[in-house]
Design a protein around this ligand. Sequence first.
Ligand code: SF4
Length: 81
Amino acid sequence: MLASVKDRLKRAEICHACDHYRRSTKQCTLCGCLISLKISWANTRCPVDKWLEVEAGQDAITKFQKRVWGMFAKDPSQDQK
Ligand code: SF4
């Protein structure tokens, strides 16, 4: 599950100010994760506990995700044919 936008922004701010953040690759030098992905998941945590797991966000479903899920959702009009 994804973290809320608010939690992702809070995490990003912490990572961007951290000595372990490598700007050239946008990775954490301790765990090797890409920060943009790492901060997006609700159940991840910083390896040195600068930020922790959070509850999944209600606003975490982005327009992009809705579009992708929509591509695989069953079209109810197909049942009537
Ligand atoms: S995950 Fe933690 S250690 Fe890694 S860059 Fe972010 S704040 Fe720093």
